[in-house]
Design a binder for this molecule. Sequence first.
Ligand SMILES: [Zn+2]
Length: 293
Amino acid sequence: MQISKYAAIGAGLLLLAGCSHADKRQARTAGQHAELGSKAQASRQPTPPPPRKIDCDQVKCVALTFDDGPGPYTAGLLDTLKKNGARATFFMLGENVGAHAAVVRRMALEGHELANHSWSHPQLTGLSPAGVRSQIQRTQQAIAQASGGVRPTLMRPPYGATNKRVGHDIGMPLILWSVDTLDWRYRDVARDTRVGIKEPQPGGIVLYHDIHKASVESIPKVVDGLKKRGFTFVTVSELFQGQKLTPGVTYTERLKPAPVTASPPPAGSSAGPAGPGPTRPGNPASPAPSSTG
Ligand SMILES: [Zn+2]
């Protein structure tokens, strides 16, 4: 005798709940079938995997980040990342999300981090508080809608331009970078590859733009080269696991466990050129982000 899958699931659930044989029979009525069917359907809906538990103080981590997309090359980039088991973070423009909704959904399902890069890439320091909030909120909504409910928790201000007021209006931790590949300027696969392999340090955040063909074409070799250097590819949230990120404060890399090899002052005692908040927890010894982003 063959019983349907859903009836079997229903019977299993009821058995677990300690129900009687009569209850099991009841579960096979058409109405129950439909309900169990829709529940099974809902549970089959793919959901984004949770962040992995990776201790980036112990593991050599790097966060590849891609700005200004999604665009026509983003799907190919996802193929490369998938093939290598690598996760990345996408700082997306809200205005690009609707046209690439399927790609955004796929990003989420494949474990990448979806993050906010404003709606239309203005310099936020030139906008009113209401203008800043609109840039952020519209993008949050677009990403949530495209992805099936993922709401970004990290923001990267266009050009890395921010200040204390803008940071407050954004209301999320501001993620800059420790390696600026300048891919947007050179659009040169060989250069993008060389810089991407050579420059990252453990705990670093690398800036690329997935709207440029050359950048996306460099990633297979970059991933390969960084793997050979012993790196694990993490999302930005994974990178900062165990470290509390504060809304409105900028971060350029994972904080090093003290003591550090250089002799920077303790975090909080200096604010670099891009540091808008009362503290700038990024390693003060790291290069200041340039005006790309
Ligand atoms: Zn940008």
